[in-house]
Write a protein that binds this ligand. Structure first.
Ligand SMILES: Cc1cc2nc3c(=O)[nH]c(=O)nc-3n(C[C@H](O)[C@H](O)[C@H](O)COP(=O)(O)O)c2cc1C
Length: 365
């Protein structure tokens, strides 16, 4: 069965998984990008039960949109574990980002629970699998701004409008990002933001000179809409603010349009148009700490979304190992690891990234 031959009902939009790959379809035809986007990011449905908890989790931020998670679901609990077949060895050799991505998924599930009528408790299990178990009980559903924001949050890789964020809003997002021993440091002073830009530029330059990094990144770029809707993962051109182009043309153009100078200039514009930069540092530099950092970022991002504040990752200073200690020292966090770097401010939205359906990520217990 391929995606074109799937018939899923005359007018029903659906995302399911065949044995070969995930499928997003409207009746017998594949969805357009914007149809898939609307379907993936449809509001959470309180009548959807435990499945909606898993769907909420899959809407979490995740490195390169690899969606590196597997779920096991029973009536009493959901476990989230790593899908190491989706690890990114070049950018993330110790799986830091992979476990931070699991943390993002866990936090979405915890926040969604209120709206979906569940009482949940997340517990990290340090086993050979290093997974998180979420125990679930029924409880009356209630409204939650953070839960509503799950289907609105996005990494907005656009230029912002340069406006400041009020002290009250800074306090609200900073508090939301302080969780489970993770510190959320907010930098809004221009001089310090320029210093962080220097780290981003150094990191980006090193990464763009690293063939393995570039090959891995390009493998996860979905240059045209068909590629994106077919795989339902990866970095779609549209969600990075670029046009959809046939992959064979885009690959040839890439060396001319994605240059070191061009990318570094873009990051300078991105940081200078932002109101501030948030740096997350967990209490421990291990998988439990990385999951906690992901949870803290996700909560920060949901709260920012509630307030109409956009955000986007700029992780180069924490991804290039030789820069990380210098960056930690600049941020004054002693021997803790700086986990994640995120700029924020007011600005436009961009097309959203896509997700595979939950059927593609659930294993039978
Ligand atoms: C641990 C982690 C690291 C990330 N690093 C970067 C990054 O350095 N640059 C970037 O543009 N996006 C980065 N992202 C954002 C992902 O690419 C993004 O979450 C994914 O494409 C899905 O898009 P969404 O967050 O808009 O749903 C990162 C996300 C996570 C969770």
């Amino acid at each position: 069965m391929n995606r074109r031959s799937m018939i899923l009902g005359a007018s029903a939009m659906a995302a399911v998984a065949t044995n070969a790959r995930p499928v997003c379809a409207l009746g017998s035809r594949a969805l357009t990008y914007s149809e898939a986007e609307a379907f993936v990011w449809r509001p959470l449905d309180a009548s959807g039960g435990v499945s909606e908890l898993v769907r909420a989790a899959t809407l979490g931020a995740n490195s390169h949109n690899t969606q590196p998670w597997r779920f096991m679901v029973s009536a009493q609990e959901i476990t989230i574990g790593a899908d190491f077949s989706r690890r990114c060895a070049a950018v993330d050799p110790d799986d830091h980002h992979l476990f931070a991505s699991l943390g993002c998924a866990v936090e979405n599930m915890v926040e969604a629970a209120v709206l979906l009528g569940f009482k949940v408790e997340a517990r990290y299990e340090h086993t050979s699998q290093d997974r998180v178990t979420i125990s679930i009980d029924r409880s009356p559903p209630s409204r939650s701004e953070l839960a509503d924001a799950i289907t609105k949050r996005q990494n907005t890789r656009a230029e912002y409008d340069g406006r400041d964020v009020s002290a009250a809003d800074l306090n609200t997002i900073g508090t939301a990002g302080t969780l489970d021993g993770v510190e959320c440091l907010l930098v809004t002073e221009r001089r310090r933001m320029d210093a962080i830009l220097d780290y981003v530029v150094q990191g980006n330059t090193a990464q763009m000179r690293d063939q393995a990094f570039m090959a891995e990144l390009i493998a996860w770029i979905r240059f045209d809409d068909n590629m994106a809707v077919e795989s339902l993962d990866g970095l779609s051109a549209r969600s990075s603010g670029n046009p959809s182009l046939p992959a064979w043309i885009a690959r040839r153009l890439l060396p001319f349009v994605m240059t070191e100078k061009g990318e570094n200039d873009k990051y300078a514009k991105h940081i200078r148009s932002s109101a501030g930069i948030a740096v997350f540092a967990a209490a421990s530099d291990d998988r439990a700490g990385w999951i906690a950092a992901g949870r803290a970022y996700q909560r920060f991002a949901l709260q920012a979304t509630v307030l109409g504040i956009r955000h986007a990752f700029l992780n180069q200073p924490v991804e290039v190992p030789s820069l990380r200690p210098q960056f930690a020292s600049y941020m004054g966090i002693g021997d803790r690891r700086p986990d994640l770097v995120v700029r924020f401010g007011r600005g436009p939205t961009l097309p959203r990234s896509l997700r595979r359906p939950i059927q593609a990520v659930i294993d039978q217990p």
